[in-house]
Design a binder for this molecule. Sequence first.
Ligand SMILES: Cc1cc2nc3c(=O)[nH]c(=O)nc-3n(C[C@H](O)[C@H](O)[C@H](O)COP(=O)(O)OP(=O)(O)OC[C@H]3O[C@@H](n4cnc5c(N)ncnc54)[C@H](O)[C@@H]3O)c2cc1C
Ligand code: FES
Length: 260
Amino acid sequence: MEATKAKTHPQEAEARVIRRRPFKGGIFLLRLKTDPPLGLIQPGQFVMLRGEGLDPLLPRPFSVHDQEGNYLDLLIQPRGRFTRYLSQIRHGERLILVGPLGRGFPQPEKKKPPFLLVAGGIGVAPFGLWLKMFGPAPLIYGARSRQDLIRLSFWKALARPLILTTEDGSLGQRALVTSPLQEALKKGPRTILACGPTPMLAAVARLAQETNSPAYISLEAQMACGTGLCLGCAVKARPGGYLHVCQEGPVVLAEEVEFD
Ligand SMILES: Cc1cc2nc3c(=O)[nH]c(=O)nc-3n(C[C@H](O)[C@H](O)[C@H](O)COP(=O)(O)OP(=O)(O)OC[C@H]3O[C@@H](n4cnc5c(N)ncnc54)[C@H](O)[C@@H]3O)c2cc1C
Ligand code: FES
């Protein structure tokens, strides 16, 4: 079983803003209508998005959170220039989108250990599409504080069970996501799917190795092209060389990555 390759070819599309729904901690949901429609997106694949003007010049990558027909939902955390611009964008405004890109998460298989999803912060985004497409699975979802855990009724409806953690203990267990993950792995190996900040992915990779659990992780890298041309998204690979996150990822087997 390997990370899922794209079944549709990436294409450029016009994306019109249909809805922007803000949540408490600053994260917001952006619903876009694409023309032409993108075809079926694999959970974990991403799109490159930019405005119609030249600022910022380079497009930015975002995981697809949900898809219905030619509507796409993205979950976005404001970080810098472009995401702040998106946090103010109005209904009807247009963006340029290229996608779907990269390799997504694998789907459940009878021969493999049961699936367990692990999300840190905005890393929860791709699991909306995964749970909708492949059905319920346990989801461990953690963040710093309760305001950063968003769409809880959405996750409750899709994940079985939903285990929440916060670093300040304001909701769910006061712990990092690796703590309930470690507990779950005591019952036997699981096929882990994880998305979140790099230190979290490194900790997940260690736990997976200790318990002989296959782990598929969605890597974060800054991207300039998203299509294998600029080589800007390289991360160190094991046993040597580099992986290009936009082409060989973003979802890769944890054992293929060299975490420093
Ligand atoms: C495959 C993939 C999927 C992603 N999915 C989502 C998503 O669903 N929702 C979401 O909110 N974000 C997602 N991101 C991150 C998103 O692409 C960045 O937050 C965005 O590019 C920031 O653009 P900006 O212009 O707002 O910030 P910039 O001004 O470009 O950067 C602001 C700060 O964020 C840092 N930064 C920018 N991009 C990254 C990155 N990729 N990794 C680590 N640090 C970064 C910069 O170093 C800088 O410190 C994803 C990234 C990748 C690679
Ligand atoms: S982003 Fe350009 S090669 Fe990956």
